[in-house]
Design a protein around this ligand. Structure first.
Ligand code: PLP
Length: 457
């Protein structure tokens, strides 16, 4: 057999050469400000899916990820990293009929961001092992990325993590999860919105004045964040579907920056039988609008909703989605070439859910099924319900809603809606006793540049 060429990664702006996996991972955003995508999607055959039925999460992660990292990590090494990263539960709960919830909240910071952050930290740590110099990971967070990344990289040699968060827009628990770590993690509260934090980070990546600092991203700008997010879709399919009958599956994904959705798009491209991807946003409805009209308009400023990790008015990963469907969305958010919208609509159903609907859904799902959702998962469940109302017969189909965070991360909201206090998992208990430390900065890129120069040069 002729060995396959390792997968290479191209930029969605296509004005830089393709690179290897390690280069894409360490660079984060391509220097033409595009986002990296693999030059092909390795295939998972139906027979392979059947044969994975009894595998553990980490074994499935290894099977899905190994073609993407071939040529960079040996199989033995990747297997170890997967076992080490995925040592927690991935519960799939049956709710009613053919409908399920997959809880991605059992990692150390209680949101789905742990899945990707833990893998990416291990990949980067391994690559830096034996290289000189220090890597600075600059990351914007709408609430959960910051803690997942900070936790995943805590104590990793020669990596320093800098997290920018919108000071008024994260919950107290979310803030304390990242500001109490210390060591190689610095957190900066920005007097602005998540989109401002994301824009400041993107400016830093393309700033020629900062070339002396080796900067990279741990946001879903980084391809290393997306690939691990395709694994749990395969896992859910393998555990639930009658794989031998090739029963297709529907996923409902609460979305903000659309990295989680891209994980499902990648899994589908690899051959996972996904019937439909439901993307459910809060009132930041730029993507549902785009799918409907074909016109892309950012929501600026982004709208404040109780599902705060999804308060994104200009999502990074839309550029990747447009690319996969044959279009080109540049870094300024201008649609340079339209994607195949008809095909996109066949594969993806997008819906915006209000805060009122979100609260009602939390209450309703708790009353009817005794199942507790937090605001993000409730947006996903409400999106699924809307999809059923719009599509006759769809209610019978195998469907999985993604619960992206633990209800105890949003205690005030949950208490006011269902009148009970969700017990915090060990990872977020005792937060109040830990020492908090963070810097503050105005929403001004020059201030960030000066700070980075003074700190790392
Ligand atoms: C980040 C986050 C989301 C949104 O995920 P994207 O990949 O940005 O679309 C949803 N829910 C929670 C709890 C999150 O932390």
């Amino acid at each position: 057999m002729v060995p396959m060429m390792p997968i290479r990664y191209y930029s969605t702006n296509r004005s830089v050469p393709e690179v290897t996996f390690d280069a894409a991972l360490l660079e984060g955003q391509a220097s033409d400000r595009g986002l990296y995508l693999p030059d092909r999607f390795p295939s998972i055959t139906p027979e392979e899916l059947v044969s994975w039925t009894n595998l553990s999460y980490s074994e499935i992660a290894f099977n899905v990820l190994s073609p993407f990292t071939a040529g960079v990590f040996s199989e033995k090494h990747l297997k170890q990293l997967c076992e080490d990263a995925y040592d927690f539960d991935v519960p799939i709960e049956h709710v009613n009929g053919n409908h399920h919830i997959m809880r991605l909240d059992r990692g150390p910071t209680a949101s789905f961001k742990d899945f990707a952050a833990r893998m990416m930290a291990r990949w980067m740590g391994s690559l830096l092992d034996g290289q000189p110099g220090e890597l600075v990971i600059l990351t914007a967070t709408s609430g959960d990325t910051g803690s997942a990344v900070a936790h995943a990289y805590e104590g990793v040699d020669r990596i320093h993590v800098v997290v920018l968060f919108p000071i008024e827009e994260v919950s107290t628990r979310q803030r304390k999860q990242m500001t109490t770590i210390g060591s190689n993690v610095t957190t900066i509260g920005i007097n602005g919105k998540f989109d401002d934090c994301q824009a400041m980070v993107k400016c830093a990546f393309s700033d020629p004045d900062l070339t002396a600092i080796r900067l990279t991203s741990a946001n879903s700008i980084n391809i290393g964040r997306l690939l691990p997010q395709s694994v749990y879709y395969c896992y859910a399919y393998v555990k639930l579907a009658r794989a031998a009958e090739r029963e297709p599956i529907v996923f409902s994904i609460p979305s903000g920056n659309f990295g989680n959705m891209m994980g499902a798009v990648i899994a589908r491209k690899m051959g996972l039988p996904i019937r439909r991807i439901i993307i459910a946003t809060n009132a930041n409805d730029e993507v549902p609008e785009f799918l409907q009209t074909g016109d892309y308009r950012k929501v600026a400023p982004s709208r404040l909703c109780i599902s705060n990790a999804m308060n994104v008015g200009h999502p990074s990963n839309l550029a990747r989605l447009v690319d996969v469907y044959g279009g080109w969305l540049d870094e300024a958010g201008t649609l340079q070439r339209a994607p195949d919208l008809d095909r996109m609509r066949e594969d993806i159903y997008a819906v915006s859910i209000s805060d009122d609907q979100t609260r009602k859904t939390i209450k309703d799902v708790h009353d009817r099924f005794g199942i507790l959702l937090e605001p993000h998962g409730a947006v996903g469940w409400a999106g699924m319900e809307q999809y059923f109302r719009d599509h006759q017969g769809a209610r019978e189909h195998l469907t999985v809603c993604i619960e992206t965070a633990h209800p105890a991360k949003f205690p005030d909201e949950v208490r006011s809606i269902v009148g009970l206090d969700p017990a915090p998992p060990p990872s977020i208990a005792n937060l109040d006793e830990r020492h908090e430390a963070y810097d503050q900065m105005s929403c001004d890129y020059a201030a960030l540049r000066d700070w980075l120069l003074s700190r790392f040069v």
